[in-house]
Design a binder for this molecule. Structure first.
Ligand SMILES: [Zn+2]
Length: 127
């Protein structure tokens, strides 16, 4: 009885619980997984988070599903200069506020709002 309750709890909250973040490249868009693999190999960076079911991105006006919820984003930390060098020409989106967040958020979703966009976490969108 108690065990069943626990399992349901974990499933419901896995989207927001920090410890439940997936750091594997399984389930990521192939193009994104390849780029992350390239960065980890070349820069010695660490993958903090990839697939987070149900995660949302909100600003003051509205929320939308995070690219993480669709397996189309990865957060990578370590050696930011190297990471950004490898992201030159990247067709998807990525964050540029490494000094604030401590990671680079890289996304690949040709139909998503981050496509071709460089952005700052929690701020406005900018190209
Ligand atoms: Zn992210």
């Amino acid at each position: 009885m108690m065990r069943r309750f626990l399992i349901i709890f974990v499933v419901l909250f896995s989207g927001s619980a920090v410890g439940a973040d997936s750091t594997t490249l399984n389930g990521l868009a192939a193009e994104l997984a390849a780029k992350v693999r390239e960065i980890v190999a070349a820069c010695g960076s660490t993958v903090l988070s990839t697939w987070r079911p149900h995660s949302m991105i909100c600003n003051r006006r509205h929320c939308r599903p995070s690219e993480h919820a669709m397996g189309r984003a990865a957060d990578v930390a370590g050696n930011p200069d190297c990471i950004y060098a490898h992201l030159k020409g990247w067709p998807g989106g990525y964050s540029t506020d490494y000094l604030v967040m401590g990671h680079v958020h890289i996304s690949y979703n040709p139909h998503g709002p981050e496509w071709g966009v460089l952005f700052v976490h929690g701020g406005g969108w900018s190209r």
